[in-house]
Design a protein around this ligand. Structure first.
Ligand SMILES: Cc1ncc(COP(=O)(O)O)c(C=O)c1O
Length: 394
């Protein structure tokens, strides 16, 4: 059986290769220290788990979710309320809020909803893979905007050729940024809105990491900018802020027309979110937020342990102001290797798993990403192993 061409056009999913290497190492008895995937290692807050259990006992919740249901209405209102409190952005819960089965689902479906075969989607590179893979799966044309440390990993919109801009229908952005940990300020979003106005380009901003911020940095919402709602939407998720990655719940807010089209697309492929999960998500957004503060404290401790540790052994690495990722160049000793070769070497030789930069697009070559999902003690153990590797004669 031949798979569809759209699948053949997708780049190799490098995480599958790393997963295979980890499996092989574990079979050899190696205790792999795993910084590979951005999957939070701590549980969801206790009161949220309690709410899930309670709601799972309600028979009515076992039926298909209905957009006009009470549970659904309460969640949309909780999201709007949370946005108001968090960013000062007012949203109509009926038309400007759409819950998703995780933000990844919504991001992929946005491309399907809007891209024809001759439409371009602009995606900064490196990026979170679904930003570009969703474009390819939808049959659209991907245009990578390279982002580099010299420009703070922000895209240079003026560098995009005019003929590309003319064919562009979608642009994905995401700050705080995965994989680089880069951040932006509100002035960047103001420039984006000014640039996009009148061009008929939807700006889809992914704000997954707004809560995971350090050193006094505050992540702005794209929707805080005047005029943004005419052309933009913003994705968010409970996966990271509340350690609910496996629960599959996120949401998108902003332009009502775009949300309507996305909702229409989804109505052909899914039946919404398990109502018990929706009730628990409402509890997370409306309940005490000290769980978020505690989580950020923990990630900061891990970030400092990893970055300070790497710098102390001579692997020059910058400290990110947000996200739970550390993005760093392959050290000089191994700079002749590709990112995948270097990531392979780390698992095979010392049992440390990282994500190769090319897993996030071609412009990730030469870099690797550490996800801070191991505790401080294991981070220190990993530093010890890396130190020995870097000191070994080549
Ligand atoms: C930038 C970004 N967007 C979206 C997602 C997906 O989140 P969700 O679990 O809501 O699908 C991730 C997950 O790592 C991410 O890093």
């Amino acid at each position: 059986m031949q798979e569809a061409n759209r699948l053949k056009r997708l780049p190799l999913y490098l995480f599958t290769i790393i997963d295979e290497l980890k499996k092989r190492a574990r079979e050899r008895g190696v205790d792999v220290i795993d910084f590979g995937m951005g999957s939070p290692d701590k549980p969801a807050p206790a009161h949220v788990v309690e709410k899930l259990c309670e709601a799972a006992r309600v028979t009515e919740n076992h039926r298909y979710s209905r957009p006009d249901g009470e549970v659904e209405r309460r969640l949309r209102e909780a999201i709007a309320h949370w946005y108001k409190g968090r960013f000062g952005v007012t949203l109509d819960p009926q038309t400007e809020v759409l819950p998703l089965i995780g933000s990844k689902e919504g991001i992929a479906h946005l491309s399907l909803a809007y891209l024809n075969n001759d439409d371009i989607a602009l995606v900064p590179s490196p990026a979170y893979p679904v930003h570009f893979n969703g474009v390819i799966m939808a049959g659209g044309i991907l245009y990578n905007i390279p982002i580099t440390p010299e420009k703070g990993f922000l895209p240079d919109l003026e560098s995009i050729p005019k003929e590309v801009v003319k064919m562009a229908k979608l642009m994905f952005l995401s700050y705080p940024h995965n994989p680089t940990g880069a951040v932006c300020d509100i002035h960047f979003f103001e420039r984006v809105v000014k640039w996009a106005e009148g061009k008929n380009i939807i700006v889809a901003h992914d704000l997954t990491y707004s809560d995971i911020v350090f050193d006094g940095y505050k992540a702005p919402s794209f929707l805080q900018v005047k005029g943004s709602r005419e052309l933009g939407i913003e994705f968010h998720t409970l996966s990271k802020s509340y350690n609910m990655a496996g629960w599959r719940i996120g949401f998108v807010v902003g332009n009502a027309q775009i949300l309507k089209t996305l909702s229409k697309t989804k109505s052909y492929v899914d039946f919404g979110i398990f109502r018990a999960v929706q009730e628990a998500a409402t509890a997370a957004l409306e309940g005490p937020q000290d769980c978020v503060t505690d989580m950020v404290k923990l990630y900061k401790e891990r970030r400092d342990a990893l970055v300070d540790g790497l710098n102390a052994i001579g692997w020059k690495t910058a400290k990110p102001k947000a996200t739970f990722y550390v993005w760093t160049k392959i050290p000089p000793k191994y700079s002749a290797l590709t990112a995948l070769e270097f990531a392979t070497l780390l698992v095979d030789e010392i049992g440390v798993a990282v994500a190769p930069g090319t897993g996030f697009g071609d412009y990730g070559e030469g870099w690797v990403r550490f996800a801070l999902v191991e505790d401080t003690q294991r981070i220190k153990a990993a530093i010890g192993k890396i130190k020995r590797l870097l000191e070994e004669p080549a």
